[in-house]
Design a protein around this ligand. Sequence first.
Ligand code: NAP
Ligand code: PAF
Length: 297
Amino acid sequence: MNITILGPGAIGSLYAYKLKQAGHDVSIWGRSPNSTVDIQLDHLPPLPFANQNLVVLKRTDLLIVTLKAWQVEAALSPLLPLLHPDTMILFLHNGMGSVDKLANALANFPVLLGTSTHGALRVNALHVNHTGLGETHIGAWNDKGQQCQFLSDVLHHALSPVKWHTSIQHALWTKLIINCAINPLTALENCSNGQLSEPRYRHQIEQIIDEAQSCAEKVDVTLDKASLKETVFNVITKTAKNYSSMQQDISQQRTSEIEFITGYVVSIAERYQLDIPENNALFKQIKCIEASWSKHD
Ligand code: NAP
Ligand code: PAF
């Protein structure tokens, strides 16, 4: 297949390399001004990728969007009119709501949503390490996307395991709630994920989960509170030594994905007039930190 990776950072470079290794014709669309970019994965030899090539983009079969959620609208909008209408577009980032912002422009493409628990770390702009083996879950956003189940086999062959969901909302909301529970708290406390297993955080984490679960219910996504809590605390234990993406973003004064994680839950709560004080407070605190940087600039 002809595959283009939009946003070839940590996770995008991992998928780019693995898909090319699996025999696909893979190109990237990144911010480098170079027409060819060499990407190295772990200690494997660097592989060359065409970058920002319009001819290649126009014939791409699959566009995988691995930008940060808040980068999606600005980066993808100018590319959509250039794509063939049959191009499948797969969004693979944390958080929810980026696709809603482009809903009209995306409606005629086969669109898929996914979530990944792989770990990838950029050593530098051209070198990425696969730091944690994970899973990829994908499913359709629209009817045309529903016809693209074969993509899970394509991706599974390159970077397993990949699971197809007839309804992806359940998997997306589960990941969203994991991120709501771990990311803002670790960013505010400036701590590793494992520190959240201390008993003093338990009540607050359970509140965050309960509130987010009630929002999911409003949009017809039924999640069991007890198993959600078990899942969140399992992730905290399994990733105890890791620093969450939001902790890293906030500590390095980079815009975080708060708007598409806690902010998404806050927007659902506003729509249905639900009271979610813990998530509201975390959202405001992270936004306040981000706003303070621009004031100093
Ligand atoms: P990242 O390394 O920052 O990758 C984003 C890439 O997009 C960067 O290379 C960035 O370029 C590029 N980009 C930004 N704006 C662009 C534009 N207008 N046009 C083209 N490229 C653009 O982030 P990441 O860690 O891969 O994360 C991506 C998403 O995957 C996030 O939602 C994250 O939460 C999720 N995720 C990450 C991991 C992980 O282990 N890293 C695991 C699971 C999920 P610059 O390099 O110039 O900034
Ligand atoms: O955003 C992150 O860092 C990850 O999704 C997670 C699951 C919280 C682990 O660090």
